[in-house]
Design a protein around this ligand. Sequence first.
Ligand SMILES: Nc1nc2c(c(=O)[nH]1)N[C@H]1C(S)=C(S)[C@@H](COP(=O)(O)O)O[C@H]1N2
Ligand SMILES: [Mo]
Length: 360
Amino acid sequence: MAFSDEQSISREELALAARNHGMPLEALRYDITPTGLHYLLIHYDIPVVDSAAWRLELDGSVERPLLLSLDELMARPAVTQPVTMECAGNGRARLSPRPISQPWLLEAVGTGQWTGTPLAPLLEEAGVGGDAIDVAFTGLDRGVEGGVEQDYVRGLAVDEARRPDVLLAYALNGQPLPPQHGYPLRLLLPGWYGMAQVKWLRRITVLDEPFTGYQNVKAYRYRRTPDDDEGTPVTRMACRALMAPPGIPDFLSRRRHLNVGPCTIVGKAWSGWAPIERVEVSVDGGRNWQAADLDQAVGPAAWRPWTYSWSSVEPGDYEVCCRARDAAGNVQPDAPDWNVGGYAVNAVQRVAVTVAADHS
Ligand SMILES: Nc1nc2c(c(=O)[nH]1)N[C@H]1C(S)=C(S)[C@@H](COP(=O)(O)O)O[C@H]1N2
Ligand SMILES: [Mo]
């Protein structure tokens, strides 16, 4: 991993940012993110897939390997569930020095209404061997990363793969998956960061030894220093609250302009570890905090809407902040917590707001 001490991002980071867009934060107002506003992260190229010729292979350490067409998968029992998905690199661009990769600020998140068929019964039908340890999920996309040519493959412990909420998803918000979200089929692993949710799935391989592929062993590990080779695996989403920035933006600086009078701040909060229990807002840069009002979560694996009534907005400059706590006691740090890959950087969101005297 290379790092940069520069404030400004490089042309290479810009090229990645232009391909992999975030969810504009004003879209935090939707419970279900409209498909075109959901964030995108694609390591290599988006494959073009002929779904009539496409098949899913389920093989490896199983008694009966399966070969399934899209029609066969869609004829199986279907489940639709809202799932909040976030890129593990969300917040990376706020680190200093900055790991050179997709330079997310805060916007790599979205909540889709995903439809698919549960994976567990398919594993059951294939007859997973008693020695099974991991399951490898292989996408159709291929590239070079860290000097290694590879398919995009992620390994997952067999017990995680068997969880009842794990889906092979073929629809997003009631439509076939768009090419950029994994057409015709992707893995959906509620609660986990995005990297585990393999798109353009073509093969599921049950392994009776630990998976040692690049995306598990080299990438997506928490490492405190560049010479820590081991690290620990990145798994579930850290707890985070985000607000839709209030008022109107300055085109370039994105500083917010707000009128005097009452203002309702709205946002969402989520955690892959436990339900969200509390959201707090500060309008003075984190000195004083007040509880926001919580709504019901959009689903068991989806974000929880919240609102905060800022009752008497007076002229001045403000820094509006929000932070969440989940039922496992996870909270957000005030300042980014550095790690080599820039993963799970869930520091408190800070929005600069100017309130001018009322001219009306
Ligand atoms: N085959 C494949 N699957 C993939 C990726 C990829 O590059 N190739 N990117 C992963 C990462 S890092 C993320 S964050 C999510 C993003 O999913 P989305 O683009 O549908 O939001 O997909 C994951 N699945
Ligand atoms: Mo990601």
